[in-house]
Design a protein around this ligand. Structure first.
Ligand code: MTE
Ligand code: MO
Length: 254
């Protein structure tokens, strides 16, 4: 993996004159997570170039309570109108469970109570939406790695696909996918709480994923099922996600 100084020199080269004028400022920028995140998408670097400038194991920046946005806005679906979802919501999700299956040894169902009883992680992070807004929120949930430890993915499993409850205006259901590097990342959690309270419906209740080094559209809300697959192209002959099927990059991170 490249050292942070080689990453800095890459960034200085990539940003040439702009960085030469304000070297110290550029050093500071390159040490934060969001700078490479924006570089990776704005400059249309491909995935291998992104991998070569930043370790896949690096952590997204975490913040403090003082940094929390006054309100964490909602984007995309804010209340799925799927009848099965509405029935679950009417009963505070007491009858909801997460199905985890596909290429696994132990297909399993996780109720909210079961998820809440597992190890939890709380992290304060910044969410960046490609539509041009960001917000800092405090998320609590189960590391996805712990859920995967229960279901035991097969050696051939390469991606986790998140199947969601909401159907978009064009009739397609929202879904997303990540590779297992990101699925096992310590900051990848299945979040059931936001800012110390049960996750609001507007932000994905009862469960949404946080994949902190990627952009907002990867962070599937209203998750009903996680499927382990060898290729995400087998999902509806698609490109790995609702927005990816409409032209967005599958790899939306550093
Ligand atoms: N199921 C589902 N997940 C989704 C979306 C959606 O419309 N449906 N929108 C995505 C986008 S573009 C963003 S920016 C975030 C918004 O999360 P928020 O509503 O908590 O702000 O959720 C992402 N996950
Ligand atoms: Mo977004």
């Amino acid at each position: 993996m490249p050292s942070s100084s080689s990453r800095r020199s890459f960034l200085k080269t990539a940003f040439g004159g702009a960085c030469a004028a304000v070297l110290t400022g550029c050093d500071r920028l390159s040490n934060t997570q969001w700078f490479p995140k924006i570089l990776g998408t704005g400059e249309q670097l491909n995935r291998s170039a992104q991998r070569s400038i930043t370790s896949r194991k690096s952590m997204a920046q975490e913040f403090t309570d003082a940094d929390l946005s006054p309100e964490f806005r909602s984007n995309g679906t804010d209340n799925p109108d799927d009848p099965a979802y509405r029935a679950l919501a009417a009963n505070q999700f007491a009858d909801w469970s997460l199905r985890v299956d596909g290429l696994v040894n132990q297909p399993s169902d996780f109720t909210l109570a079961r998820l809440r009883a597992m190890r939890s992680r709380t992290q304060i992070t910044r969410h960046d939406c490609v539509e041009g807004w960001s917000a800092i929120g405090k998320w609590t949930g189960v590391p996805l790695s712990d859920v995967l430890a229960v279901v035991q993915p097969h050696a051939g499993a390469r991606y986790a696909v998140f199947h969601c409850a909401d159907v978009m205006d064009d009739g397609a259901r929202y879904y997303e996918s990540v590779d297992l590097d990101d699925a096992y990342h310590p900051q990848t959690i299945l979040a059931y709480a936001l800012n110390g309270r049960a996750l609001p419906i507007a932000n994905g209740a009862p469960l949404r994923v946080r994949i902190e080094r990627q952009l907002g559209y990867k962070m599937a809300k209203y998750i009903m099922r996680i499927e382990l697959v060898e290729s995400f192209h087998t999902i509806a002959d698609g490109q790995g996600g609702y927005w990816e099927d409409r032209g967005y990059e599958w790899y939306a991170g550093i």
